[in-house]
Design a protein around this ligand. Structure first.
Ligand SMILES: *[C@@H]1O[C@H](CO)[C@@H](O)[C@H](O)[C@H]1NC(C)=O
Ligand SMILES: *[C@@H]1O[C@H](CO)[C@@H](O)[C@H](O)[C@H]1NC(C)=O
Length: 193
């Protein structure tokens, strides 16, 4: 039985943490496809909160990028302020992209709000909010934090993972594995490109 207070355990833990940090600062090239298989478009009635769910179950860091895929003749993507995001009054977007294959590069921490530049799409919940880093959301009205009322099964899945002290080494081990797989994928990707 590993005693979490023993010096040996603490050394091991510190070592794993260091390794994890090193790996994470190295793997700087995660690219996420917004909406996964759904791409970027007006959410279907079967999955109206597709983008709120998507951002809730992804974590982004500086250096990552988000790929918006959509038919360029029918859609676009704009970055807007929290106010525009909530009200869908879409004037003066921060960024406008409409080539169908739009890459947004995360270069700083904060709150990021996106919607479509096409009339009516924002009202139909084609919008994405995510945060980078430990910042509080500016928009409590419609964001990942407003999710709990759609699927009662999700919060329990994530809320009831027991975390006894003895399980933390295995947790950070799986974190290392993820980082290793991530950086391997990155290496392969940058080899191809
Ligand atoms: C993000 O980076 C890619 C490649 O580095 C570039 O082609 C693209 O224009 C960038 N996106 C923005 C919004 O600047
Ligand atoms: C995030 O920031 C708040 C205050 O700014 C702090 O209380 C909290 O512990 C931080 N959380 C993490 C995970 O760093």
């Amino acid at each position: 039985m590993a005693n979490p207070r023993s010096p040996r355990f603490q050394l091991l833990f510190a070592f794993q943490l260091l390794l994890l940090l090193q790996l994470q600062t190295k793997s700087f090239c995660h690219q996420y496809k917004v909406g996964d298989l759904d791409g970027w478009g007006i959410p279907t009635s079967a999955n109206p909160l597709v983008y709120a769910k998507w951002s809730k179950y992804h974590t982004f860091a500086i250096g990552d990028s988000l790929l918006f895929l959509y038919p360029p003749s029918q859609d676009s993507v704009i970055q807007v302020t929290a106010q525009s995001y909530d009200s869908c009054k879409l004037k003066d977007p921060i960024l406008y992209m409409n080539n169908g294959n739009s890459l947004f590069n995360i270069t700083k921490e904060g709150n990021f709000y996106f919607t479509s530049g096409e009339p009516g799409h924002c009202q139909k919940k084609q919008k994405l909010h995510f945060t980078v880093g430990n910042v509080s959301a500016e928009s409590p009205a419609y964001g990942p934090s407003a999710l709990p009322d759609f699927a009662p099964s999700y919060p329990t899945v994530f809320g009831s993972i027991p975390q006894p002290p003895s399980s933390s080494p295995s947790l950070s081990f799986s974190g290392i594995l993820t980082a290793v797989i991530g950086s391997a994928a990155c290496a392969i990707l940058s080899g191809i490109m």
